[in-house]
Design a binder for this molecule. Structure first.
Ligand SMILES: [Zn+2]
Length: 272
């Protein structure tokens, strides 16, 4: 979609040119049916009305484009520092189509990584648009290899969900995120048939808990479902993840996830 300029001299010029058109359109709509000798038919009025609607839509779009907050505006570029909003997931999901944009986003967000060569041939298990995570906004218990879009989503989740919630609910920063890992060449459910897991292309991460700076260990297996600060923290971390990842699975999903969260950036759409 072309960008619509609404500021500066160009918008003034456009406004001046459109003013008589709007005046005519409003006259047609507001002043009622024209006399027959004016040659104005119902067909022409319909066209004028449709034109008015188009102009109104373009105007609203221009106002939205200029004034909507970045996190709700799909036309503005994503930054990891942006709050999570209505457009955040849409932008994160779009990174799959633009690898260089994705890596630039990580660079600007202070994420350190080493790019991996794509696996060839490009099929089944392997690494595509992937990296080894050297340093994200939170430390992890293992070295992670994963796709760029998953890394970007993880950074947004760290900055706007996990890190602030730990301080807010538990009163301590996160010292380390405990993970079961990312890449694993297997099918969903671990059998020999069926669709490949997002783990098979390093597009998913499993998280089992959080080590806090004060020494506490918050465990999905132990604390999930508890009516306690630890239980509330895990619940809210899951809810926040649902706004960032395509698929968020917790112990509520099935017994296979009783001891960890699964986040991925595949084609699914699950939050449970
Ligand atoms: Zn998983």
């Amino acid at each position: 979609m072309p960008r619509i300029c609404v500021s500066g001299k160009r918008s003034m010029l456009l406004e001046n040119r459109l003013r008589p058109v709007f005046a005519l359109l409003f006259a047609v709509i507001v002043t009622g049916p024209p006399a027959p000798d004016e040659g104005m038919t119902m067909h022409m009025r319909t066209i004028a009305f449709m034109l008015l609607l188009v102009f109104a839509a373009v105007g609203l779009l221009a106002v939205f484009q200029r004034y909507a907050p970045t996190e709700h505006n799909p036309f503005k570029p994503l930054a990891i520092t942006d709050p999570v909003g209505a457009a955040t997931f849409h932008k994160l999901a779009g990174l799959e189509q633009d690898t260089e944009k994705c890596f630039s986003l990580l660079d600007e967000g202070g994420i350190f990584y080493t790019r991996l060569d794509d696996t060839t041939p490009r099929r089944h298990c392997g690494f595509y648009d992937a990296l080894t995570l050297d340093q994200s906004l939170a430390p992890y218990s293992a070295t992670l290899r994963m796709t760029c879009p998953l890394t970007a989503s993880l950074a947004v989740w760290e900055q706007h969900v996990a890190l602030p919630l730990a301080e807010e609910i538990l009163g301590s920063p996160i010292a380390r995120v405990e993970t079961f890992g990312t890449y694993n060449c297997r099918r969903i459910g671990g059998g020999t048939a069926g669709r490949l897991s997002e783990h098979a292309t390093a597009n998913a991460i499993d998280i089992s808990g959080f080590k806090l700076a004060d020494g506490r260990l918050i465990s999905v297996k132990k604390h999930w479902g508890q009516d306690s600060p630890e239980g509330k923290f895990l619940h809210d971390v899951r809810e926040g993840a649902c706004r960032v990842f395509a698929v968020t699975l917790s112990p509520d999903y099935n017994a296979a996830h009783a001891d960890h969260f699964h986040f991925d950036m595949g084609a699914g759409d699950i939050c449970k």
